[in-house]
Design a protein around this ligand. Structure first.
Ligand SMILES: [Zn+2]
Length: 300
């Protein structure tokens, strides 16, 4: 039986282990008028079985829709499996682009290019990172058809009216979902109680940018909602949204302050540039350092 908990009336949090380096992912089942799954987990039998069991337990016979906060494998991975059973899949057009690029493989040549040009990673280390990324490809599948959902659009999930809030940073098209009536934010990976999500990297006007500057803007935006309660994509639900935003901002400013830029992002990320670090860890660290570097440049 999956770990399942009613977090709000007729809204259930399923916490499910996933085969990547996060402990577990939170999926949300909305029973009621429009049976909905918010985030789908990886496309693996254990996850799909857990969702099916969860549905049975809360009395959902058929999912009408799967809503995706962002395209990463632990959130969008299994969406296509539920789509094949008749659910429509809602995703932002920006993240759908990234999802398709990952599934079709274009994302890897881009990663290779950024690793060389933006980060200065030695060729020998790039192959390790690419191998890890490619392994994740098996955990996701792109639905043939999706429905785009754009910022400020509202949808029904169960009996809840949710407004999509653009919260870029971790990915370019990341959406959070706000239930204004009950003052609850479903924050995806935008706001997590136990970690700062690593900032993404993406193309903007033909140039690579870090998601970190956008992330700081997204923090401001969700604080302005004036709610305290948030249900994240990982970790426990929390009643301290404003305090958590404040804490994250402080921590980021401290990191940016303490960080002294080496010649390349790679050298900063590996500190002394000699010891080998695990390619998965390196991948994440490069994203943080790249973000700090871009922000530092912005504030001068
Ligand atoms: Zn995640």
């Amino acid at each position: 039986m999956p770990d399942i908990k009613e977090v709000s009336q007729n809204v259930y949090k399923l916490t499910i282990p996933v085969p990547i380096n996060v402990e577990a992912v939170n999926l949300y089942l909305f029973a009621g008028e429009v049976p909905t799954l918010l985030d789908a987990g990886t496309n693996t039998p254990e996850v799909i079985e857990a969702v099916n069991e969860g549905m049975k337990k809360v009395g959902i016979k058929r999912l009408e829709q799967v809503v995706v906060s962002h395209w990463h494998v632990d959130h969008a991975g299994a969406a296509n499996t539920f789509a094949k059973e008749g659910a429509r899949v809602l995703v932002s057009s920006r993240d759908h682009q990234e999802w398709a690029s990952f599934v079709h493989g274009d994302a890897f040549s881009l990663l290779n290019e950024w690793a060389i040009k933006e980060w200065g990673v030695p060729e020998t280390e790039i192959s390790g990172m690419l191998k890890i990324s490619k392994r994740l490809q098996h955990l996701t599948a792109l639905p043939e058809q999706v429905t785009f959902i754009e910022p400020e659009q509202t949808i029904m999930a169960g009996d809840n009216l949710l407004r999509a809030v653009a919260t870029p940073g971790h990915t370019a098209g990341h959406l959070s979902f706000y239930n204004e009536k009950d003052s609850i934010l479903f924050s995806g990976d935008m706001l997590l109680p136990d970690e700062i999500p690593y900032p993404g990297i993406w193309q903007e006007n033909g140039q690579a940018v870090s998601g970190l500057p956008s992330y700081l803007e997204s923090l401001k935006k969700i604080e302005a909602l004036g709610t305290q309660q948030y249900f994240p994509g990982h970790g426990s639900a929390s009643e301290n949204l404003a305090a958590r935003c404040h804490e994250i901002r402080e921590q980021l400013y401290r990191q940016i302050n303490d960080f002294s830029a080496a010649e390349t992002v790679y050298l900063s990320a590996t500190s002394i540039g000699e010891q080998r670090i695990h390619p998965g860890v390196l991948f994440i660290q490069l994203h943080y350092v790249y973000g700090w570097k871009q922000l530092k440049k912005q504030v001068g």
